[in-house]
Design a protein around this ligand. Structure first.
Ligand code: ADP
Ligand code: TRP
Length: 322
């Protein structure tokens, strides 16, 4: 069994990009693999300074994952800060990580470009992420394309640590799916919780409809054929199999297609897929205690694995002096 591991920030409402880029793939993996899945609230601190909101978002992210089908009986599911060993490993790794490696992080540069004033947490974010993965021996890490460089940094850190101290850590492989690696938002840019361009899975039906109807389209006249290299086509394709996608492509190429009609169909597809999960989520939200108990149990399981890796790391770097 392979150890498959990934995390998500509790930084806002879960959207189609998160679902297709990472969450649904994690959930598909859980049957035949050893799945580790966590909510990275320490990472969220790099951009959030509202404690109450972070608490609420963390609980919400847990409900999201469980409602979507993550099965805590077979998957180790926890909140990052419940296994604080990760912060100690972050420190050990920080001391073998060059500043230059972090300065090349495009995610860091992007966030600054979007107006975030950088703090040291944001700068060292990739080291905490490396610790997240190495502390649990993650072999395969399902993520969207935006995390590719973070995975490369993790690999660099693991290889460097192993070169200096001996083979302690598993060097992980990213698992990025070509068709879902970069889900566009309604404005055609990458869909993101923080860009206001997302289609959130658990928002009100009214809001989801509004977002779908606002997907950018071009001004090609109705009686001309439409391009399939568009946001609307890409978003709709997420819900289709190969044959259905071909059919949609034909409809786009045939003059007469109205974008408004396609948007309504897409909205229906979204609701068809997610309505059962939305209903399950309402139930979960009512049982706060149960959800918290699941997370605590997951943290205990995760901590047992973390302890093993951390103990070896402490020994080889020499802080375990007695
Ligand atoms: P966001 O960018 O919305 O804040 P996160 O950084 O929490 O989302 O990402 C959680 C997971 O979802 C990561 O694996 C990330 O790569 C994936 N993901 C986020 N946005 C997209 C997207 N637009 N397309 C594909 N995957 C995405
Ligand atoms: N940086 C990831 C994101 O924003 C979240 C994350 C933190 C993560 N630690 C991780 C993903 C470990 C995979 C493995 O999406």
């Amino acid at each position: 069994m392979r150890r498959i591991l990934s995390g998500i920030q509790p930084s806002g409402q879960l959207h189609l990009g998160n679902y297709f880029g990472m969450m649904s793939r994690m959930i598909d993996y859980q049957e035949n693999n050893d799945l580790f899945c966590f909510i990275v609230n320490y990472h969220a601190l790099t951009t959030m300074q509202d404690g109450k909101l972070l608490q609420e978002n963390t609980f919400n992210a847990a409900c999201d994952f469980i409602a979507l089908g993550l099965d805590p009986e077979i998957t180790t599911f926890w909140v990052q800060s419940d296994v604080p060993q990760v912060t100690e490993l972050t420190w050990l790794l920080a001391n073998i990580t060059s500043v230059g490696l972090l300065e090349r992080s495009t995610s860091y540069k992007d966030k600054i470009a979007h107006g975030i004033t950088p703090n040291m947490g944001l700068f060292t974010y990739p080291i905490l992420m490396a610790a997240d993965i190495l502390l649990f021996g993650g072999e395969i890490v399902p993520v969207g394309k935006d995390q590719k460089q973070h995975l490369e940094i993790t690999r660099d850190i693991a290889i460097r640590f192993n070169n200096i101290y001996g083979n302690i850590f598993v060097v992980p492989e990213p698992d990025i799916n070509k068709t879902t690696q970069l889900v566009p938002g309604i404005d055609g840019q990458k869909m993101s919780k923080s860009y206001g361009n997302s289609i959130p899975i658990f928002a009100s039906e009214k809001y989801i409809r509004k977002q779908v109807m606002s997907i950018v389209t071009d001004s090609t006249p109705i009686d001309e054929s439409k391009s399939i290299d568009t946001t609307l086509f890409q978003l709709y394709s997420l819900f289709l199999n190969e044959a259905e996608r071909e059919e949609l492509a034909d409809r786009f190429r045939t003059p007469g297609l109205r974008y408004g009609d396609v948007k309504k169909e897409l909205f229906n597809r979204i609701m068809d897929l997610f309505t059962p999960f939305r209903e399950k989520r309402v139930e979960l939200e009512k049982n706060r205690g149960d959800v918290i108990a699941i997370l605590r149990k997951g943290a205990d399981k995760a901590a047992a694995v973390a302890e093993q890796y951390l103990k070896r790391a402490r020994e080889v770097v020499g802080v375990n002096y007695c």
